[in-house]
Structure formats: structure tokens, C-alpha cells
Design a protein around this ligand. Structure first.
Ligand SMILES: C[S@@+](CC[C@H](N)C(=O)[O-])C[C@H]1O[C@@H](n2cnc3c(N)ncnc32)[C@H](O)[C@@H]1O
Length: 271
């Protein structure tokens, strides 16, 4: 924490004493701009956001076991488990899992602490899913490819891998620029910094409130739908569906995100 007089002048903030808190890189989710255990992004927990995700995943699970990569505090896993689905999780963050455990039903969800690019859980799954841009937390292509291979090894025949992730915003990045604001309000600023040569993205978050400013940033690797399809193919999975979102709107040139489903068929298992 440090005095913020210079920054407050820069920001044009007057007559308010603010402390600046700089948070170190953590396992952030893009757009959330918050560590996994910080639930200040209340809107992501609203039923109108969560319910379509849970409907989609419960239907796809078809009564089988499911695995969430980067389960966090259980935003999706807990309501899915409440529908009677057997949900397992993987996460790197002990703190996020402590928060999951403190919630109703949280003790009953088996969680493995580890890196979902390489960590396998016992038994096979009918569905593995990775929501809220969390594939981008793997910051190299090699890690993202490894993730697909690890998932494929844990899927039973006919099992599916689902990813929800943004479309990189390069169409909105003027030539020569690297900075793209994605959120601007009195409470929060969000700015993406693109490193196009390396397919990298650093998200910067500034939040205002309770007499202080918090700044945090986290590294990501953005990834294109076609590149994900190739990773899937390398892992023996085939694209089954791609939608604009959880309510199955058509995926088009204007889509800002996609929900994609790859399947492990008997044919793809045979190579
Ligand atoms: C944006 S949060 C999403 C949490 C939850 N899936 C949700 O939708 O609310 C990303 C989560 O992934 C975890 N995570 C990030 N990279 C990871 C990795 N390589 N292995 C395991 N967990 C990871 C973080 O600790 C965090 O809990």
C-alpha cells in the first residue's frame, strides 16, 4: 500500500484521501478482474447469468460425472451439484476452495488442488468444462494444448469438453494501438493491453471504493476458435457445436464470445 497523491492528481481526484492497494498477479479471470475468491463481481452470480450455464451443462452431462477446471468458489459447480449432477473440480487456489467449502453444499464437492493443464482426477467423466475465459489463464500455447490432451484423457467415449471464452477484440484495436478499454464506470476501470506478436493480453483493473483505489493486473493468452479446434483435433476431439452463448444463439462474425463443445467419439478415439 502506498500514498496515492500523485495518482489521485493524475486521475483528477480531489478532496478525497485515497490509499492505493496494488495486488500482485494472481489467478485472475479475465473480465472479472478479481481474484477467484473475490466475489465483488456480483453480476456474474446473478441467476440470469448462472441459470443458462447450468441448464446447458446439466443437459450435456446426461446424468454422468462432470469436472470443472478452475472451479473457483463454485459459482457454477454448486448450482449444478444442486441439480443432482456429480461435480468434481480442479483449482490451483487453496483460498478459492476454502470459500467454496464455506458455502452450502461446498463440502460435498470433491476438489483436486493442481494445474488443470496437467492434473488428472480419478475416473472418467461425461463432461469437462472450462468457463468464464479461464482457458486464457494458461498463458502459453503449449499449456493450452496440454489442457486439451489432459481433458481428452479424462473423458469417456461420447464425453464432451465445453469452453466459454471471449473472441479476441482485435477488430476494435486501432492500427498501432495496444490498449483497449473494456469497462469504464465510477466504480471500476478495465483496460486490456494487447501484445499481438505473442498473442498475449494483460488486463489491468482499477477499482474505486471505501476510500481506496485498488490496482491489479493479470496475464492471459487469447486464443481463436480455429486454434482451439486444432488443439482439440491434436487431442482426438471433434467440434460438435459452437454457439454465441449459453442460450444457443448463432455464432456469427459479430460474436464477442463463444461456447464450444468438442466430443470424444469412438472414431476420434481411434485417431
Ligand atoms: C475466473 S475464475 C473462474 C471461477 C469459476 N469457474 C467461475 O466461473 O466462477 C478462474 C479460476 O481458475 C483458477 N485457475 C487459473 N489458472 C489455473 C490453472 N492453471 N490450474 C488450476 N486452476 C486455475 C483460478 O484459481 C480461479 O479459481
Amino acid at each position: 500500500m502506498c500514498c496515492i497523491s500523485t495518482l489521485s492528481q493524475t486521475l483528477g481526484i480531489h478532496a478525497v484521501r485515497l490509499d492505493l492497494v496494488r495486488m500482485e498477479d494472481q489467478a485472475y479471470g479475465h473480465e472479472s478482474m478479481q481474484p477467484a475468491w473475490n466475489e465483488s463481481m456480483d453480476e456474474m452470480f446473478r441467476p440470469e447469468i448462472v441459470d443458462p450455464v447450468v441448464d446447458f451443462l446439466a443437459e450435456l452431462a446426461g446424468g454422468g460425472r462432470v469436472l470443472e477446471l478452475g472451479i473457483g468458489t463454485g459459482r457454477i459447480a454448486l448450482p449444478l451439484a444442486a441439480r443432482g449432477v456429480e461435480v468434481h473440480g480442479i483449482d490451483l487456489s487453496e483460498e478459492a476452495i476454502a470459500r467454496l467449502r464455506a458455502k452450502p453444499g461446498g463440502e460435498a464437492v470433491p476438489v483436486t488442488i493442481g494445474d488443470f493443464a496437467t492434473t488428472q482426477v480419478d475416473g472418467s467423466f461425461s463432461l469437462v468444462y472450462l468457463v468464464f475465459n479461464t482457458i486464457m489463464n494458461l498463458t502459453t500455447q503449449a499449456e493450452q494444448v496440454a489442457c486439451f490432451r489432459t481433458v481428452a484423457a479424462q473423458l469417456g467415449t461420447g464425453g464432451c469438453f465445453v469452453i466459454e471464452v471471449m473472441i479476441p477484440d482485435l477488430r476494435r484495436l486501432p492500427p498501432g494501438e495496444t490498449i483497449k478499454p473494456f469497462h469504464f464506470s465510477e466504480e471500476r476501470w478495465g483496460i486490456d493491453e494487447y501484445d499481438v506478436a505473442n498473442q498475449g493480453l494483460r488486463s489491468h483493473h482499477v477499482t474505486f471504493g471505501d476510500g481506496r483505489i485498488e490496482y491489479s493486473s493479470g496475464p492471459f493468452r487469447y486464443v481463436w476458435p480455429s486454434e482451439l479446434d486444432l488443439m482439440a483435433e491434436l487431442a482426438g476431439l471433434r467440434l460438435r457445436e459452437r454457439w454465441d452463448g449459453w442460450t444457443r444463439g448463432p455464432f456469427t462474425s459479430e460474436s464477442r464470445q463463444h461456447v464450444s463443445v468438442w466430443e470424444k467419439s469412438a472414431r476420434s478415439e481411434g485417431g
